[in-house]
Design a protein around this ligand. Structure first.
Ligand SMILES: C[S@@+](CC[C@H](N)C(=O)[O-])C[C@H]1O[C@@H](n2cnc3c(N)ncnc32)[C@H](O)[C@@H]1O
Length: 351
């Protein structure tokens, strides 16, 4: 047995250049469905948000769209397919991803700005760009930033859990360091023996680093998560492989993910909004409403298309599923864009 803390074990299992789960050619879509895969309506909403951000920024000379944790570029392709021609001259697109650029471009309708050329011009990089102006978007990225878990021992000390990467078996290790102890005290107090904590420290840092790449713009993190007062009663670490939930063994054979403490992630000192995907998508024009029945006789093809769209919209906004995801939006040196701005709850968090 080689015991390790969960963060380094997960880092190796997911991202090791030699055999890490996310380095494999099939990508995330080979194992589970995100909003991006569920429907093109998601990319349409993100494209609409990008255009609103563009307006709110006063149409900058160069408009950035940065997709962090870009998978195989599916969202980038979908957003490009929804954008009107004039934006193309000013648009710069970054797919930030640890895995290599896919050999072939992802499938997307040949509409809007989506062409082989716009795909070729997309910068594929492992580093979040610095000094850009526009929209930074991260769908289901933070839940894959490896974290440690701790538990209060019988001695009353908060200790790290260690894992055997070959089996997933756990044991209690040494006391947590000062940074994680402080994080727990602030965001996820654990006092009684058996209380556990999923330390958000590396996710907060990863998000702060990403947001700091924006000279001006909006940063949006979308993920399943929780906020203070609603921390989970059970550990949330989960494994996925080939469409199935499996035990989260960090051996490179499956995804290893855990819910995100989205309130802790919010980079301090910015104008911020926390809302659900249901509310955010509705504000961006996605609803699960069925088309009027009268359309069935006046335009049967249009009716069927609208019905399909309503089904997809319903899946994306289902409060018990994707619609229950959290959207953390943070404005950096820009006014709040009108679409999301219509939602209540924007606030400036004190540093
Ligand atoms: C759950 S997948 C989500 C993919 C896509 N955003 C979607 O919604 O379909 C998470 C992706 O984030 C990538 N990732 C994780 N940490 C990263 C990092 N530090 N920098 C860039 N990409 C990262 C993984 O390789 C993986 O492709």
């Amino acid at each position: 047995m080689s015991w390790m803390r969960w963060a380094p074990a997960t880092e190796r299992a997911l991202y090791d250049p030699d055999g890490g789960f996310y380095r494999r050619p099939e990508g995330p879509a080979g194992h589970f469905r995100t909003s991006v895969h569920a429907s093109p309506l998601f990319a349409r909403a993100v494209a609409r948000l990008l255009l609103e951000v563009d307006e709110a920024l006063g149409r900058p000379e160069e408009l950035a769209f940065v997709d962090v944790g870009a998978g195989r570029g599916e969202l980038v392709a979908g957003v490009l397919a929804e954008l009107p021609e004039p934006v193309g001259e000013r648009l710069r697109v970054w797919a930030v991803e640890l895995a290599a650029r896919p050999d072939a471009p992802p499938a997307a309708p040949s509409t809007g700005l989506w062409t082989e050329r716009s795909w070729a011009r997309t910068v594929w990089t492992a580093e979040v760009p610095r000094g850009v102006t526009g929209l930074l978007f991260a769908n289901e990225w933070l839940d894959n930033v490896p974290l440690d878990t701790g538990e209060v021992g019988e001695d009353g000390l908060l200790r790290y859990l260690e894992v055997d990467p070959a089996t997933g078996e756990e044991r209690l290790g040494g006391p947590v360091d000062a940074a994680d102890a402080d994080w727990a005290a602030r965001w996820w107090p654990a006092e009684r023996p058996g209380d556990f904590v999923e330390f958000g420290t590396p996710r907060d840092a990863a998000w702060a680093h990403a947001v700091a790449g924006l000279e001006r713009g909006l940063a949006v993190a979308v993920d399943y998560g929780h906020t203070a007062g609603r921390r989970p009663p059970f550990p949330t670490r989960t494994g996925f492989r080939a469409g199935r939930e499996v035990p989260p063994v960090p051996d490179g054979s499956c995804d290893v993910t855990a819910h995100v403490a989205l309130d802790a992630v919010a980079a301090p000192g910015l104008h911020s909004l926390w809302t659900t995907q249901r509310e955010a998508l509705r504000a961006l024009g996605v609803s699960g409403a069925r088309p009027p029945l009268a359309l069935a006789s006046s335009d049967p093809v249009g009716y069927l298309r609208a019905l399909g769209g309503a089904g997809e919209g319903a899946e994306l906004t289902d409060p018990a599923g994707l619609g229950g995801f959290g959207w953390l939006s943070q404005a950096v040196r820009m006014p709040v864009p009108p679409g999301l701005g219509a939602l209540p709850g924007w606030q400036t968090l004190t540093p």
